[in-house]
Design a protein around this ligand. Structure first.
Ligand code: XLS
Ligand code: NI
Ligand code: NI
Length: 439
């Protein structure tokens, strides 16, 4: 049985191809900076969007009636979805995937039933992984959909919600380990508040830290060696999420002694909701050795919510790849398409167009970023801007040889400042455009 009978494996056909079901830039074996494109980009497919999203939104019901779901319910539907998902990833040459516990198996009536369902479906994932060679990038637990998490999970005012969330994470870690996952992600679904009047913020954040420590301890106990990630998002569904942006997350991790265990999973649309560009977030996390993985999507700057669109903007992907390469590329992480097709794009083929577009955009971005890096021009321009720090007083300050008194003496003696140099912002922008558009 095949879910996509009319679609065969998607191949690289080169930039001149007009075939909508082919890659124009993503050529997995092509070597860039000594590594294949596949190794650089480490694409991952998100189970929840690609296989579960039905197009429903707060104003309307689902629009996507997937033929493979028809007449199926419960575990039969869940297991069938896994098979369809792997066929999809295989056809697109996507080497990794990510899941939430709740989107791979029905919750059933009780937690025990949920866990039994997870065990059953995990077997199918394992078989499919063995058959296809596709790997698990990271797993996670959905601790925001069930009404028991209305006040949050680890940060709930109800201790029982915390306990149930702990049970979910325990199981999700076990499955992630069983499936050889290279990571585990925390996204604080409802870890935040709607109203500060009714909120004990310190108590909630202390609980969040205790919860993450429990996860780290349990991972150690069961021998799960994957990387933990924390995924910043400033708002939605709560008005203020505690995992606001990389700066807030990294501060939280350091304040509670979690910095050696957890890195950032950076999502483009979340960065823009926080009032940052995603390259800002990548560079900020990267400079502190905290760049772990990426949820690759894009938002709509005219809308104030997480639209989770597929990234097709080559400027965006070029900038992202520049900063990812700058910080050494991915080790455990990858580019997970935390993105969904629009409600109106309800045909199964749209899922292919969307992923092909995203993969090609990142492949092209990688190539342009590598060209910029190869010439060294951009780095040299930045280095030139900071050259006063390379010798003389600048080098002495960086070497820790000065204090306010010695610097005051230096300034008094100098009497006036040497002429400054221009920031050349427009020149920088023009140079980048030269690499963007080579013809
Ligand atoms: C939601 C998040 C979510 C996480 C995983 O906005 O992006 O999908 O990536 O829980
Ligand atoms: Ni995400
Ligand atoms: Ni998101």
């Amino acid at each position: 049985m095949t879910a996509f009978p009319e679609i065969s494996k998607i191949h690289y056909e080169g930039p001149d191809s007009k075939n909508p079901l082919a890659f124009r830039f993503y050529n997995p074996e092509e070597i860039i900076e000594g590594k294949s494109m596949a190794e650089h980009l480490k694409f991952s497919c998100a189970f929840w969007h690609t296989i579960c999203a039905d197009g429903s939104d707060p104003f309307g019901l689902g629009t996507m009636f997937r033929p493979w779901d028809m007449e199926k319910i419960g575990m039969e539907k869940a297991i069938n979805r896994v098979n369809v998902f792997f066929e999809f990833c295989e056809k697109l040459q996507i080497p990794y995937y990510c899941f939430h516990d709740r989107d791979i198996a029905p919750e059933g009536e009780t937690l025990a039933e949920f866990q039994a369902n997870l065990d059953e479906v995990t077997k199918v994932f394992k078989e499919q992984q063995q058959r296809t060679g596709i790997k698990l990038l990271w797993g996670t637990a959905n601790m925001f959909s069930n009404p028991r998490y209305m006040h949050g999970a680890a940060t709930s005012c109800h201790a029982d919600s915390f306990a149930f969330a702990a049970a979910q994470v325990k199981k999700a870690l076990e499955i992630t380990k069983e499936l050889g996952g290279t990571g585990y992600t925390f996204w604080g679904g409802r870890e935040g508040y709607q109203c500060l009047w009714n909120t004990d913020m310190k108590r909630e954040i202390d609980h969040l830290a205790a919860f993450m420590h429990m996860a780290v301890d349990y991972a150690k106990e069961i021998g799960f060696t994957g990387q933990f990630y924390f995924e910043p998002k400033p708002k939605e569904p709560t008005k203020h999420q505690y995992d606001f942006d990389c700066a807030a997350c990294i501060n939280f991790l350091r304040a509670y002694g979690l910095q050696d265990h957890v890195k950032m999973n950076i999502e483009t649309n979340h960065a823009t909701l926080a009032g940052h560009t995603v390259e800002h977030e990548l560079d900020y996390a990267g400079m502190q050795g905290m760049l772990g993985s990426v949820d690759a999507n894009t938002g709509d700057l005219l809308l104030g919510w997480d639209t989770d669109q597929f990234p097709t903007d080559i400027y965006l992907t070029t900038k992202m790849m520049l900063y990812i390469l700058k910080h050494g590329g991915f080790t455990t992480g990858g580019l997970n398409f935390d993105a969904k097709v629009r409600r109106e794009s309800f045909e199964p083929n749209d899922l292919f167009y969307a992923h092909i577009g995203g993969m090609d955009a990142f492949a092209k971005g990688l190539k342009i970023a590598a060209a910029i890096r190869k010439s060294g021009e951009w780095e040299q321009m930045i280095a030139q801007r900071y050259h006063s720090w390379d010798s003389g007083i600048g080098a002495e300050i960086e070497a820790g040889k000065h204090n306010l008194k010695t610097l005051a003496n230096y300034a008094l003696e100098k009497g006036n400042i040497a002429p400054l140099s221009s920031g050349h912002q427009e020149l920088f922008e023009n140079v980048i455009n030269r690499y963007m558009f080579t013809d």
